[in-house]
Structure formats: structure tokens, C-alpha cells
Design a protein around this ligand. Structure first.
Ligand code: WTA
Length: 658
């Protein structure tokens, strides 16, 4: 992440005023897992707080002797302890009589389903672990996983964890080149993949990308291939003799028992690569015990998990939300989850709501981009389904605009389910800033307060805390159990990237403001902050003002070089379905922003577009929009979810300048 040295280190302007509040419902509070005294308890002695939880929640093969060793910026948690995370996620539940409880209700996009209990999971994971051993994988070897959202994906991750082979999951949507970069950096020995997956009604082949990637790598000895789409892939799937093995050929014949290997607390559990905009991707390292504690405890408290909940995190397992809140956190808590292979619009926009009705889903966790996509279509799809089982809603991945929050609250949560807007990162491993349902009075668009035990602050350019009511840089002020342990193979880059901007503090790369009541409002990446006539304006505030207008489904805002003001605001706007986009509407939207947050934030350029460039995890790629705005050639597009989008934007009617 780079801070623009040309920008003054001043704070970020505080423009958007949102003063609606939603206090917890007393009935919810009465049954809530979280209680208000957690904050004081954690604050009194954070290390003791985490240590007690670690002993209570984790089944240890050997107890730890030291809670934390903090050699800034290098942390080690629960030193001396030994455990196996797959045992903690699967076997111990079976031993305690939960073998028949469903771990995953899996739903394939074409409508096929699988019901996988904890006992099934124990057998499947054990077989897969035995197959890995047969393929020559031992504790410490790295395994790349490149799969669609099928049950074998979490099974493969758990099998790796069971033998202590760190996995690195690569999004199924990434290119062969992105895959080979990650294989090379991790020096992975094995790739677990599938012939393909179903997406928008069509089979999408995956294995050819693995073949291409392997032409650019030397470390891989085998691939293990799940048959998912079978003959639906044109020409079938080519298998290289001696290298490629079908999952059903090798896994299915293994012994369904395997003794989990006790591993060090600090044994590397996985690497997950985050793409920088230009530099080579960073392999974020997560280890075992602290990560297990951080994800399971936050999951239980923030989503108010009860034994009979049906929980659905509608993210992709290939990004950190899936690692922490589809796989490790929920399984550690013996939670029943939904795992859905496809997209929300297949066969139509009712798909999610149908799943919620069919499976009586009680907790939904998704990204604002998905909520806005549903908003764009209108509430009629949700209204046609029984969503009354939903009792907690979550949001992650981006700031949620107040309008999207209110829509989610009203149309999905029936005005009753509390919303938890959770801020965190691949690097933090666990949710760091969030309301606690039943405890926190929420404000639409605010992630509210740090989780108990987490230290967070908003500082100015010199690292001094900003007063209430102003904006600055979000920092984390003390180590936490699920924190990244570094960047794989590059400790210096780790120090430089996260710990050098403000000495002694972890700089997250995000801007934030703290309102008069101390609530935290995330403002997006500081690289996205615009500088208009010396005012530092966050993109999210202008976007939220646009989305606040009834004609707008989604908006993205970037700065465009301007001879007079330094940067001028360029807005890309997706109108709601059925709205006519014309110059009169553009003028109206500009005035709407000026009225909502002030004339300084009025977009100089406004362009209607059918879609926006996004990453596979749903984040808007403002970098590409800046390229379009400046009329530049596009930068790296490997992480773009849909390559056609940029062309579609370029082909749109051109931008209307004021
Ligand atoms: C952004 C995703 C505002 C933020 C778990 C962060 C958010 C980046 C929120 C990390 C939120 C995530 N409100 N912004 N609730 N959650 N972000 O690594 O900019 O894919 O730094 O992890 O997403 O993205 P990552």
C-alpha cells in the first residue's frame, strides 16, 4: 500500500452526517451471547482475557506455557501449545455426540444438493488426508487449492490442516498466470483442483488453467482433480499420466480413519495472497492456535451463534471471509452452514431468498456489493419469500452505504434483525471492528467499535489520535491472536508495509473517522481518498450520497486530474432497473450530492454505466476507473471478475461534464 507523498498529511474531511440510530431489541439482548461487560473484562488485561478463552475453547494436545511473545512486529501466541485445528473443527464434535449434525448443506448451482454431517466430514477429511500422504505430502509441504465452491474445497483445506501441510487457496476465478505466481511463491508441491464448476447455468472448465499454470512452475509433483462437471466440459478433461490423479480414484479407496497430527500453536496453517496493485502478491501467513481462537470466538459472539442456527456466509471460500467464516470459525463452533456454488442471479434473482426459505436460514453474512446488486433489481424478489427465520445480518468487505444498510434492514431483516457491519482484513484474520448484536446501538454505515480486546485508533499524519468528530488513519495498537505472522519469505516487506508508517502501530491502509459519540466510520483505502482544492474527501461518502438517491443502484467515485482543483470528482453511476439515465438525471444527482454533503463534493463528471469493474470478492477496482477517467491505458486486470465490464463502460454514452 502506498501513501501518496503529494497529499498533505492532514486529516480526511468529515462530510456525511448520518444520525439515525438502532438500539438493540430487549428480547434479543435477553438471549444474546455477547454481553456489555466483555469490553471491560478484555480491557482490564487483554492477554489474560485471550489466554482464558484459549483454554476454554480449544482442545489442546498439550497446554501452552506463554500467552504472547511480542517482538514488534513479530508475534507468537500460546507458545508451547500443541493442537490440531481439523480435530477442533470436526472430530471433537463427533466425539461429543454431534456426528449427525449437519456441517454443510451444500447447494450446487444446477440444483443438486449434498448434506454433509460432522461424521461425514470426519470420514471425508480423513480419507483425503490419507490420499495426500500417499501422494507424498508431509507436514510442512505447501498445497495450492484452486476449486469451485464444492464440498471438496473445505474438505481439502481440512485434510491439509490435519497433516500440517499449509494450504494456499487461489480463487477459482483467477487466471493461470495468477495461479502460477502463487504456486511459485509458495513452492507448492501439490495442486488440488476440479475439472470445472457451474457458473450462470454453464459449466466453466478449471483444469486447463492449472495445466497452463504448471507450464510456468517447477515445484508441483501432482494434481488432485475432483470430477464436478464431467462430460459437460467440451472434449472432457485432459489428464497428464503420472502427474494428474482423479480425486475419486485415490481418495475414495482410502481408510476413513486418520489420526490428526498434533502441531505447534505457531505452525503455519495457510498462506493467502492479497494482490497489491502493481507489486508482486503478498503471501499473508496465518498460524494455528491464535487463528482458531480469534475466528471461533468472534464468530460465536458477533453472529450470536446458537446450536440450532442455520448460518450462511455467502462469500467465496477463496477469500479470507470464506477461510475464517465459512470454514474454520463456524466448524470450530459446530455450526450448520450453507455452502452455495453459484451466483445470486441464477436462474433468477430469487435464488438466495429461495435458499433462505428452503433451509430456514437464520444468519446471513454477505458483502455490500451483493446487497446493492439486489437493491438494483428491487425488493420484489425478497418479498415473495419467507425470510422470517433471519435473526442476524452481517456485512463485510467494503463500507456499507447507509441506504444499502437500511434496505438490508427493511427488506431482508424485516426491520427486526440486527445488522453487524464487520471491518477486518486478510491480514487481521478475524473481525476487528463490529457491533455486538444485543449490545451495540447501531448507526447505518458505521462499523461502530473495536471487538473486545482489540486495540484500534484513528490518528493524524503524525500518529496522534484525532479528536471526536474528525477523520484520519485507522491503526491497530496491540497484537491480537489471529493477526498475520508476516509476509511469506519477506519479513522486511512485512515490517515496511504494515508497521513503518506509524511506529509501534499496525497501519491498515484504511481511512476512518470517529463521530461525536466515538463511533468508527470506515472511509475506504487511503489510496482512494481524493484531494479536491486541498480538501481530502473519501470516495465512500460521495458514493453513499449518490446511492441515497432513489434512481441510483450503485456508484463508484474516483479523482481525476484537474488543472484548477488538483483533482476533480468523477462519478460512475449504475441506475436502478427501469430508470431512464439522461442529462437531467445527471444534473439532479450532482445537486443531490451537493445538498447532502456540500458543494465541494459535487461531482464534476458523471457517467452512467451498466456495471462496475470488481474483484472476485466484490470490491470496486477504483484503480481501473481512475485509468478510464484519465483516459489512460488500463493497469493490471488479472483480479478483475468480469473482463467485459471495462469495455461496457467505455462504450457507454461518454461522460457528462458539468
Ligand atoms: C475493506 C476482507 C469498510 C477495507 C475481510 C479493508 C471494509 C479491506 C469492511 C480488506 C467494512 C472490509 N467496512 N471497509 N466492514 N470490511 N473492508 O483483505 O478497506 O479482502 O482494508 O478482507 O476491505 O479486504 P480483504
Amino acid at each position: 500500500m502506498s501513501l501518496d507523498p503529494n497529499l498533505p498529511p492532514s486529516e480526511i474531511e468529515n462530510l456525511l452526517a448520518e444520525d439515525r440510530t438502532f438500539p438493540p431489541d430487549p428480547d434479543f439482548t435477553a438471549q444474546a451471547n455477547a454481553t456489555v461487560d466483555l469490553y471491560a473484562q478484555a480491557e482490564a488485561d487483554p492477554e489474560a482475557f485471550w489466554a482464558a478463552l484459549a483454554r476454554e475453547r480449544i482442545d489442546w494436545a498439550e497446554d501452552f506455557h506463554t500467552t504472547l511473545e511480542w517482538d514488534l512486529p513479530f508475534a507468537r501466541w500460546f507458545i508451547g501449545g500443541k493442537l490440531n485445528i481439523a480435530y477442533n473443527c470436526v472430530d471433537r464434535h463427533v466425539e461429543r455426540g454431534l456426528g449427525d449434525k449437519v456441517a454443510y448443506h451444500w447447494i450446487g448451482e444446477p440444483g443438486d444438493t449434498r448434506r454433509i454431517t460432522f461424521a461425514d466430514l470426519q470420514r471425508e477429511v480423513s480419507r483425503a488426508a490419507n490420499a495426500l500422504i500417499e501422494l507424498g505430502i508431509t507436514t510442512g509441504d505447501r498445497v495450492a487449492i484452486y476449486m469451485p465452491m464444492i464440498p471438496e474445497l473445505p474438505i481439502a483445506m481440512l485434510a491439509c490442516a490435519r497433516i500440517g501441510a499449509p494450504h494456499t487457496v487461489v480463487f477459482g476465478g483467477f487466471s493461470a498466470e495468477a495461479l502460477s505466481d502463487r504456486i511459485n511463491d509458495a513452492e507448492a508441491k501439490l495442486v488440488i483442483t476440479a475439472d470445472g464448476g457451474w457458473r450462470r447455468g454453464k459449466p466453466a472448465a478449471l483444469k486447463p488453467a492449472v495445466d497452463d499454470a504448471l507450464a510456468m512452475t517447477t515445484s508441483v509433483t501432482h494434481t488432485l482433480v475432483v470430477r464436478r462437471v464431467g462430460d459437460a466440459v467440451d472434449g472432457g478433461t485432459a489428464m497428464v499420466e503420472g502427474r494428474d490423479v482423479w480425486w475419486h480414484d485415490i481418495v475414495d479407496r482410502q481408510d476413513d480413519r486418520h489420526d490428526p497430527v498434533p502441531l505447534d500453536s505457531e505452525h503455519m496453517l495457510y498462506l493467502l495472497y492479497t494482490s497489491g496493485t502493481t507489486a508482486k502478491p503478498k503471501g499473508i501467513m496465518h498460524t494455528t492456535a491464535g487463528y482458531l481462537l480469534g475466528t471461533s470466538f468472534t464468530h460465536e459472539q458477533i453472529f450470536d451463534i446458537k446450536p440450532d442456527d442455520v448460518y450462511w456466509c455467502a462469500a467465496d471460500v477463496g477469500w479470507v471471509t470464506g477461510h475464517s467464516y465459512i470454514v474454520y470459525g463456524p466448524l470450530a463452533n459446530a455450526t450448520t452452514s450453507i455452502l452455495y456454488e453459484g451466483t445470486p442471479d441464477t436462474p433468477d434473482w430469487s435464488r438466495w431468498w429461495q435458499i433462505i426459505e428452503d433451509y430456514k436460514v437464520s444468519i446471513l453474512y454477505c458483502a455490500p456489493t451483493a446487497i446493492r446488486a439486489h437493491m438494483k433489481q428491487g425488493p420484489q424478489y425478497a418479498q415473495a419469500h419467507d425470510l422470517s427465520t433471519l435473526r442476524v445480518l452481517g456485512s463485510v468487505g467494503e463500507p456499507i452505504n447507509p441506504e444499502a444498510w437500511l434496505w438490508y434492514h427493511e427488506h431482508i431483516g424485516g426491520g427486526r434483525a440486527p445488522i453487524v457491519d464487520t471491518w477486518w482484513q486478510t491480514e487481521t484474520g478475524m473481525i476487528m471492528i463490529t457491533p455486538l448484536p444485543g449490545v451495540t446501538t447501531t448507526k447505518p454505515g458505521s462499523a461502530t467499535f473495536p471487538f473486545p480486546g482489540v486495540g484500534a485508533d484513528v490518528v493524524d499524519g503524525e500518529g496522534n489520535p484525532v479528536p471526536l468528530g474528525s477523520g484520519g488513519y485507522l491503526v491497530l495498537t496491540r497484537p491480537w491472536p489471529a493477526m498475520l505472522r508476516g509476509i511469506y519469505g519477506d519479513p522486511e516487506r512485512y515490517r515496511q508495509t504494515y508497521w513503518s508508517r506509524f511506529p509501534g502501530m499496525y497501519f491498515a491502509g484504511d481511512g476512518a473517522r470517529r463521530d461525536a459519540d466515538g463511533y468508527l466510520w470506515l472511509l475506504g483505502r487511503v489510496d482512494d481518498v481524493m484531494n479536491v482544492s486541498g480538501h481530502r474527501i473519501s470516495t465512500i461518502e460521495v458514493e453513499s450520497a449518490l446511492v441515497d438517491h432513489k434512481a441510483v443502484a450503485e456508484a463508484a467515485v474516483v479523482g481525476k486530474t484537474d488543472p484548477i482543483t488538483g483533482q476533480a470528482i468523477f462519478a460512475f453511476v449504475i441506475p436502478k432497473v427501469g430508470v431512464e439515465a439522461n442529462d437531467a438525471l445527471a444534473a439532479e444527482l450532482r445537486n443531490h450530492v451537493a445538498k447532502a454533503i456540500g458543494p465541494i463534493a459535487k461531482p464534476k463528471f458523471l457517467m452512467f454505466t451498466p456495471d462496475l469493474p470488481k474483484t472476485r470478492s466484490g470490491k470496486i477496482m477504483r484503480r481501473l476507473l481512475r485509468d478510464i477517467g484519465e483516459g489512460r491505458q488500463l493497469g493490471d486486470t488479472t483480479t478483475l471478475a468480469d473482463g467485459g465490464v471495462v469495455e461496457a463502460i467505455r462504450a457507454s454514452s461518454g461522460s457528462a461534464e458539468e
